[in-house]
Design a protein around this ligand. Structure first.
Ligand SMILES: [Zn+2]
Ligand SMILES: [Zn+2]
Length: 268
């Protein structure tokens, strides 16, 4: 069956993605309002109660927003690391289960995730590598200034990679943000530019990489065609799979490991 990856939407105003495998659905981040999350789940064809677990990558509101409320309402487990739990004020006995860096979180016999620490502002952020235990692997990588060695190593074995392409460097420099914010975004603990996303993908490219989703695009400092063309320029003819973009509005499609092309979602 493989692993399904459905972005409900991605950007600075909210992030959430469903990772599915046989009989198990995990929501990676829950940064929209509860109402908005339920609306988007319905468009993607998921009952809220079918979300077994929610895993939060870091405490920023666009990733954590309604996670606790959703986990209580849907009776889903809530997972995060200790740094995120303490920043959110979540009770680690009653409200969430914490994981350590590089400590595999097992959701079912057919789905686990490996959290890999990444540098990002004041956050204890993690990238996640989902595995179906049968060789299928999918990554979700957002909110990082650069890719640490551990991450590169694990991305090299993934069939699907969702990675942020946050900004076009020239557009950021010439854009409306104050210099201090420009420095923060482009610094070691900020976000990945289109070029950085392309360089990382080029480094980890292998024959079994089937699909790429670019996500967390800045609405001010980027545009979908710029992100896609810069990444395609980097990986070029070496990549035979599909490339798609998850926008702030969604969901629009699902990717599955074992398949090259995403399946589009038609809103009812
Ligand atoms: Zn974010
Ligand atoms: Zn963040």
């Amino acid at each position: 069956m493989g692993i399904g990856i459905t972005h409900l939407g991605s950007g600075s105003r909210g992030n959430a993605a469903i990772i599915s495998s046989e009989e198990c659905n995990v929501l990676v981040d829950c940064g929209f309002s509860l109402k908005q999350t339920e609306k988007r789940l319905a468009i993607a064809g998921f009952e809220p109660e079918s979300i077994d677990s929610i895993i939060v990558t870091h405490h920023h509101k666009d990733h954590s927003g309604s996670a606790l409320r959703a986990s209580k309402k849907w009776d889903s487990y809530l997972h995060c690391n200790l740094g995120t739990a303490s920043k959110m004020g979540w009770n680690t006995v009653e409200e969430c289960e914490t994981f350590g860096s590089l400590e595999r979180v097992q959701f079912s016999s057919k789905l686990s995730m490996l959290p890999i620490p990444v540098p990002h502002d004041d956050a204890d952020n993690v990238a996640l590598i989902a595995s179906d235990g049968n060789g299928g692997r999918a990554a979700i990588v957002t909110d990082l200034g650069e890719a640490p060695h551990d991450l590169i190593k694990h991305l090299s074995g993934c069939n699907h990679i969702s990675i942020e392409a946050n900004y076009d460097h020239r557009r950021l420099l010439g854009g409306p943000y104050p210099d201090s914010l420009k420095r923060r975004i482009s610094g070691r603990g900020g976000h990945l530019s289109n070029r950085q996303a392309g360089e990382i993908l080029m480094e980890v490219l292998h024959d079994d990489l089937e699909s790429i989703v670019l996500c967390h695009l800045s609405e001010k400092n980027n545009a979908p065609h710029m992100a896609e063309s810069e990444v395609l320029m980097a990986i070029g003819d070496d990549f035979d799979g599909s490339i798609a973009i998850s926008k702030q509005l969604g969901p629009e499609f699902s990717c599955w490991t074992g398949q090259l092309e995403p399946r589009s979602i038609v809103a009812a």
